[in-house]
Design a binder for this molecule. Structure first.
Ligand SMILES: O=C(CO)COP(=O)(O)O
Length: 260
């Protein structure tokens, strides 16, 4: 039995303004209790414009929900119009920063070098990266999904020390399962998550490999979370669409009560 605390993280993507963000976090705080937070770490990942409001609410009401950003700049500051720095996110007490999400790789042409630079920027500001890896449909059909995901992991972790790597969160998100309703089977998720953990042991050591939390993401719902969480190398979920529905996200956080 692993000692890794499960993490259920809601990636809101480009949904909900700051007022809607407050309403959703309030609903989650009302629905979830101390027993839930003892069992599972619950994180929300709202748009940048919501973070200050979420921080104020979490601080003011001493909520046990943690939060983070969906991206950050690799730069420290200066003439980078439209970018948000790690220092700015750290000042808002963000715990996490999502890095290398497939939507950024696809629509913003983020490659492994940039992803690596962002991972390093996150560590400079004591933010925990939620590093996303995962293959598209063609790669899966060729049977190259493991090599592809491991390649993205290798690329992202260049120059990252064992001490740093120990705290990273890796999210395996097969692109063909994102927002499509096409969920990978629990065995598909385990196959790649297990391979990612073996690679962490090769890149570092077994201490790092057994400390790192590896999440699955892609059409996670209350109806499929239990089977996914039953896999030995899956330590949580990165939830998209279902994370902006308070009742549904609450059920996902209570995955141990859901039918498998
Ligand atoms: O991309 C995802 C989370 O980062 C998954 O999105 P969906 O849960 O909407 O498929």
């Amino acid at each position: 039995m692993s000692t890794r605390k499960p993490l259920i993280a809601g990636n809101w993507k480009m949904n909900l303004n700051h007022l809607e963000a407050i309403a959703l976090v309030q609903k989650l705080a009302f629905a979830l209790n101390d027993k839930d937070f003892d069992r599972v770490e619950v994180a929300v990942l709202p748009p940048f414009t919501d973070l200050r409001s979420v921080q104020t609410l979490v601080d003011g009401d001493k909520l046990r929900i943690v939060y983070g950003a969906q991206d950050l700049s690799q730069h420290e500051g200066g003439a980078y119009t439209g970018e948000i720095s790690g220092a700015m996110l750290a000042k808002l007490n963000c715990t996490y920063a999502v890095i290398g999400h497939s939507e950024r790789r696809q629509y913003h042409r983020e490659e492994d070098d940039l992803v690596n630079a962002k991972v390093r920027a996150a560590y400079r500001h004591s933010l925990t990266p939620i590093l996303c890896v995962g293959e598209g449909l063609e790669v899966r059909q060729e049977g190259a999904h493991i090599a592809h995901s491991l390649g993205q992991l290798d690329g992202a972790l260049r120059k990252i020390t064992a001490e740093q790597a120990k705290s990273i969160v890796v999210a395996y998100e097969p692109v063909w399962a994102i927002g499509t309703g096409e969920v990978a089977t629990p065995e598909d998720a385990q196959e790649v998550c297990g391979a990612l953990r073996v690679r962490l042991a090769e890149l570092y050591d077994t201490e790092v490999a057994s400390a790192v939390r590896i999440l699955y993401g892609g059409s996670v719902k209350s109806g499929n979370i239990a089977g996914i969480m039953a896999q030995p190398d899956v330590d949580g979920a990165l939830v998209g669409g279902a994370s902006i529905d308070a009742a549904e996200f609450t059920k996902i956080c209570r995955f141990s009560d859901m039918p498998g």
